[in-house]
Design a binder for this molecule. Structure first.
Ligand code: SF4
Length: 305
């Protein structure tokens, strides 16, 4: 039995940049930085950074920041805006609370925000194909003064205004197949539309290359956060090729029965899966193979817990 790691798996440049900004602030043991919302959709990486001193604060807790500043004894609190970005009113709120803002918005997301704002100012109906409650779409809608419309389901198309200039764009991490299909349905309903491909190239390339990796393995472990849309999408794409594909975030979730009769285990991950976590999976699996815990029929029963 052998274990192969998808060479394209792992954290994207935008999230890596936000983590680097946090780590620069934490260097030297400083403990006055918060991130607004999970910095990454991967609970293991969030835990690692939390141990290093990066505390996560959520929308409903922002008003407690002045109190936290007092308790911390620091002269200034800093809040990191994660790669997904935020609507302008959130920046204004943070500024009003007197915190220093560290803007970790991914440049690809900033481009989408700028595009949406520009088209809205030109009088277009702006439509974002993506998830209603995703922080990135919430941020982009905010950059259009709340006017852009999000289309996630077919039924959402009914809320669009027919016969007006319309621009259709994508949440950066959406599947190209989903975007193309939805954009055509919107065109059929609304009339002439301008379609802007705002999908992240990193994510598009990952999806394109995934099938060739998935075909090489008898069992695929798709490593990533359970809340990560990108991991959920990649796991579905792997499952369509190989039903023996499992979406997990920790080696503790592995069931050894999955590997019965398997010769090749593939390990892959999404744009929010850190490389250290992928390596942890590979190292653990290789140790199990070396010890005969997997790879022999007699050893493949029960799970790791
Ligand atoms: S997936 Fe792409 S758009 Fe999203 S944060 Fe990463 S690099 Fe930026």
């Amino acid at each position: 039995m052998k274990v192969i790691l998808d060479p394209r798996a792992g954290i994207c440049g935008g999230v890596r940049r936000a983590i680097r900004l946090a780590e620069q602030e934490l260097a030297g043991g400083k403990r006055n930085i918060f991130v607004l919302g999970d910095i990454i959709h991967n609970e293991r990486e969030v835990e690692r950074l939390d141990r290093a001193g990066l505390k996560t604060i959520h929308d409903g807790e922002l008003d407690t920041l002045p109190e936290l500043l007092e308790q911390s004894g620091a002269s200034q609190l800093k809040v990191l805006v994660r790669a997904h970005g935020e609507p302008p009113e959130k920046f204004a709120k943070l500024a009003g609370l007197g915190v220093e803002i560290i803007d970790g918005t991914c440049p690809v997301v900033t481009r989408s925000q700028d595009l949406a704002r520009r088209y809205r100012q030109l009088g277009f109906q702006v439509v974002i194909v993506g998830k209603h409650n995703h922080p990135e779409t919430i941020g982009i809608v905010g950059h259009t003064g709340g006017r852009a419309k999000v289309v996630q389901f077919d039924a959402d198309i009914q809320q669009l205004v027919v016969g007006v200039p319309t621009m259709v764009m994508a949440q950066t991490t959406i599947s190209p197949r989903v975007f193309a299909g939805m954009a055509e349905k919107i065109r059929a309903c609304v009339g002439t539309v301008e379609i802007k491909d705002t999908m992240c190239r990193f994510v598009v390339r990952r999806e394109q290359k995934l099938p060739s990796f998935a075909r090489q393995a008898d069992v695929i472990l798709v490593v990533g956060g359970h809340k990560s849309s990108n991991t959920i999408m990649l796991a579905a794409a792997c499952r369509a090729i190989n039903p023996r594909s499992y979406h997990i975030v920790s080696v503790d979730e592995i069931d050894l029965k999955w590997f019965e009769d398997a010769k090749v285990i593939g390990v892959t991950g999404s744009a929010s899966t850190p490389h250290w976590l992928l390596q942890e999976f590979v190292d653990t699996l290789e140790q199990w193979v070396a010890k005969g815990r997997i790879g022999a029929k007699s050893s493949t029963s029960g799970n790791t817990r």
